[in-house]
Design a protein around this ligand. Structure first.
Ligand code: HEC
Ligand code: HEC
Length: 222
């Protein structure tokens, strides 16, 4: 987390610069009147759109679930997704490591805004520059979890999440890379992910407890 880094919070985002950043998306996404779905869905009319709803595009189950759960594309959610897609959608089909520079992201978001149908889709209250950092602090990711402690804590989770890896409505959380597991839980804790029950569960857990749960669920028998 780059505290102390001078965020240009008051500078104007620049869609022309954003067009250059979009080159990193263009291998998979198109915008504009002739756009069609490629590896990724068309990004026209993105603002205010519910995640996972472009017709004819086959999304991952995770994206569909997040969309059904209320995830919509606004500057703040786009900023989080573009910085690190897994913050919002753990097993997204979007294979993209993310754009770490906040200026590049806000320019890109300003560029994408031009392709929303009408300005009415873009609430005034949606500022493009979002001075937050959804990525998880490397120090938190580096904590080695104690799987025995995780096993002890896990009873609270397995009332909903099935330990056989079953995925009936509630996602499976076994066999994950700890980095993805920890990133997902912190996204609930920081309210980047909206699910109220999981926000409440995550809010009660310390960084060490989250690491312990990640270590436990990673190696659980499936
Ligand atoms: C390697 C291909 C690839 C690259 C590069 C890529 N994406 Fe994606 N993108 C995808 C795929 C595939 C999906 C669908 C994800 C899913 O279903 O989980 C997606 C989904 C999205 C969505 C959600 C759209 C919706 O309809 O809900 C947004 C927004 C998005 N990408 C923006 C971007 C931006 C901005 C960039 C560049 C910074 C980018 N992507 C780079 C492949 C890519
Ligand atoms: C009351 C039921 C319930 C309990 C208890 C619960 N969860 Fe969840 N969990 C859910 C639901 C529902 C989702 C999907 C939410 C969403 O769509 O964002 C979820 C999502 C998750 C995810 C993200 C999954 C993904 O595919 O992105 C993780 C990780 C997770 N839970 C871990 C835990 C842990 C660890 C505990 C115990 C501390 C726990 N959960 C307790 C219901 C529960």
């Amino acid at each position: 987390m780059m505290l102390g880094m001078a965020l240009p919070a008051f500078s104007q985002e620049d869609p022309v610069e954003g067009a250059k950043v979009f080159k990193r998306c263009f291998s998979c996404h198109m915008v504009g009147p002739d756009a069609f779905n490629r590896t990724g869905p068309v990004l026209n009319d993105l603002f205010g759109r519910r995640a996972g709803t472009v017709e004819g595009f086959k999304y991952s189950d995770d994206m569909l679930r997040e969309g059904a759960g209320g995830l919509e594309w606004h500057p703040d959610t786009l900023d989080a997704f573009i910085e690190n897609p897994k913050v919002l959608v753990s097993r997204t089909k979007m294979r993209f490591s993310g754009i770490k520079d906040p200026v590049d992201r806000s320019n890109l978001i300003a560029f994408l805004r031009q392709y929303s149908d009408s300005p009415a889709n873009i609430p005034e209250a949606d500022p493009t520059i979002v001075p937050r950092d959804p990525d998880v602090d490397p120090e938190i990711l580096a904590i080695t979890g104690d799987p025995d402690y995780g096993a002890y804590l896990s009873g609270e989770c397995t009332t909903c999440h099935q330990v056989d890896g079953g995925d009936e409505g509630i996602p499976s959380i076994t066999g994950w890379e700890p980095v993805d597991f920890v990133t997902a839980l912190h996204a609930y804790k920081n309210k980047h992910r909206k699910h109220p029950v999981m926000q409440m569960m995550a809010a009660r857990l310390s960084d060490e407890e989250i690491a312990a749960l990640a270590a436990y669920f990673q190696n659980i028998e499936q």
